[in-house]
Design a protein around this ligand. Sequence first.
Ligand SMILES: Cc1ncc(C[n+]2csc(CCOP(=O)(O)OP(=O)(O)O)c2C)c(N)n1
Length: 360
Amino acid sequence: MSARKGVVVDDRHETVRLVEPDGAAVPGAQLPSPDRLLAGYRGLVRARRLNEQAGALVRQGRLAVYPSSRGQEACQVAAAMVLADGDWLFPTYRDTAAIVARGVDPVEVLTMLRGNRHCGYDVAAHRVAPQATPLATQLLHAVGVAHAARLKGEPDAVLALCGDGATSEGDFHEALNFAAVFRAPVVFLVQNNKYAISVPLHRQSAAASLADKAVGYGMPGVRVDGNDLAALLSVLDDAVERARAGDGPTLVEADTYRMDAHTNADDAGRYRSDGEVASWAARDPLARLRARLRADDLLDDDAERALVEETEQMAADLRAGIAAESPVDPEELFAHVYAHPTPQLREQRDQLRAELEVTP
Ligand SMILES: Cc1ncc(C[n+]2csc(CCOP(=O)(O)OP(=O)(O)O)c2C)c(N)n1
């Protein structure tokens, strides 16, 4: 399907790529419009800064944890850009940057990672599900929402994100099978960043390519260069269009790499080499699109300076917003578990209350 707009190259597997790592356009590639590429570049720069700032907030003790998407920003930004306002996004714990690219305030998105009991943003207003930590559960929810939209005759499409490790989960199988049988308007975007924490892909799956899994479900599977924003936009546009037209789901595998550790609690140096990381740094999604835009005279020094200023403001607002957030009442821990708290919960609450009176 992607061959209609994109260019298929042979990179171990058939992979859609429009822009080479050095910024050169693949011969014959039909790139998205200049405006779209510029909007995408802005998204990439903001996403990178968000990743850096959130990492710093963890080191300052202001966030409990942050699963970084550095290196995967093109997937994050493209996932948001291909959706219309009425469409739904189903993200994982790693997809903070995609939610921000969809227009949600970074402070709201990071509220959950401060350890708050709620996800921090208005799920219905933004049409972004809460970030799922249990692997692949969000795929079933996404299919349910997509199926409901189809039954109600609504035009909305759904895009669900997951990692390569999540494709080994039973929920992945159930979600893709149901979606294909019922032609649910959903796009599954697997960010194949090569590791499930420390488990490399070859220990995770014996499939030659994760996109090949689509065949067994009876839906198209496309492998795309996940560090090429132009290719991602092209492939995902097609998939969303297909979903909206009633032609059913698509599985998209994005070939990318997690540049940071799994989270701040992980030491990636124990399971991957510096050489491997360096080889992916040379395929950086920002540098690639920047080189393309510069070569086409679509980006100059003034525009870059303005973008840096804007992005620094976003980071400053994020720091201030996280610092300003009011402290959470520890007793809230018990407030939203049951409508009528159990005797055990009441006992635990009383214990905590007594403890807090002694050591507030
Ligand atoms: C159902 C379930 N099993 C195990 C875990 C523990 N766990 C958290 S992240 C992770 C690795 C996931 O890897 P992948 O799906 O490739 O996503 P990535 O973290 O690389 O984005 C695991 C096993 C979990 N969160 N949920």
